[in-house]
Design a protein around this ligand. Structure first.
Ligand code: ZN
Length: 247
């Protein structure tokens, strides 16, 4: 698998940390996790082709995770070089309604020749070719999802936004790479994880490689790697936009 971080940040504008967006290559599939504002441009900057994304997965409907979705749709519809004209989206309950509201706001989008497939997930398992994806409802907004992807012998977990909870721990169990949200260095932050939580969770779940992302300014400034390392002895990396992490 190969993870390319395109948005390691949050709602607060920060150089080097755009809103949430991650590109994962796994088992021959190209999956995009979250699409905060600017994601399309981040993909272009990373030299990745948005037209080749096989499926989008959204964690929840906060703007820093979902606001670029209509832009991808419009690009798919208007780009003459985009022959696929199809758009597969998985996300939490409400993602269909969010998209329908975008269509109401911009009626021209209804006329774009793009085939869409939306599926709302909860605690769900699905397959895309040889890739297994499992979603679980975690502790953030109602219905917020975390994901686990398995292909061959490798596994990847994306926490979305969440507190430490059993559902997230089950997904993380023995994961090769767990990318956990690290909203705060050590001060408890409702609905989110701290660097200390990330370390404790990775350690309890036997994770091999921990990536800390979804960084608020306090986490960017602090030594979150050192803090997580107080609780976790495996490999730790702090995400930055355009980090490329093969595993
Ligand atoms: Zn967030």
């Amino acid at each position: 698998m190969k993870l390319t971080v395109l948005g390691s940040g949050v709602l607060v504008p920060q150089a080097g940390h755009a809103p949430s967006c991650y590109f994962l290559e796994a088992g021959g599939k190209r999956l995009l996790f979250d699409a905060g504002s600017g994601s399309l441009q981040q993909l272009v900057r990373a030299g990745l082709d948005y037209r080749k994304i096989d499926a989008f997965f959204f964690s929840h409907l906060h703007p820093d995770h979902v606001h670029e979705l209509p832009m991808f749709f419009v690009a798919a519809g208007l780009d003459k070089a985009n022959k696929a004209k199809r758009f597969t989206v998985f996300g939490p309950k409400g993602i269909k309604r969010f998209f329908a509201k975008c269509l109401d706001l911009y009626p021209f989008m209804k006329r774009l020749p793009v085939k869409t497939r939306f599926r709302e997930l909860a605690d769900t398992s699905l397959r895309l070719g040889g890739v297994k994806v499992r979603s679980a409802i975690v502790q953030h907004t109602v219905g917020a999802l975390a994901y686990r992807v398995e292909a061959g012998k490798k596994s990847f977990v994306f926490s979305g936004d969440s507190e430490d909870c059993l559902a997230l721990r089950k997904l993380c169990w023995k994961a090769d790479l767990a990318m956990l949200e690290c909203s705060s260095p050590r001060k408890p932050f409702s609905g989110h994880l701290t660097a200390l939580d990330c370390g404790a969770l990775a350690s309890a779940c036997g994770v091999k490689h921990l990536v800390l992302s979804h960084l608020y300014p306090a986490s960017v400034k602090a030594n979150v790697k050192g803090l997580a390392g107080k609780r976790f002895k495996g490999k730790i990396r702090v995400a930055r936009d355009f980090s490329v992490i093969p595993f």
